[in-house]
Design a protein. Structure first.
Length: 55
């Protein structure tokens, strides 16, 4: 009986760790997406201005 409880506790801890890791990965993906959007905006605006100019 005790070993079943210990196994359940280990499984719950493992689930909690996996959930925390999943949240960390989701946060990192969201941050990367935001950074990519900012970089594209900062690169494309000057590029579009240069293309509009008759050089």
């Amino acid at each position: 009986m005790g070993s079943m409880v210990e196994a359940d506790i280990k499984a719950l801890r493992s689930d909690a760790r996996l959930e925390a890791q999943s949240e960390a990965v989701a946060d990192a993906i969201a941050q990367t997406s935001m950074l990519t959007a900012v970089l594209l905006e900062n690169l494309l605006l000057p590029l579009s201005l240069l293309l509009c100019l008759d050089l």
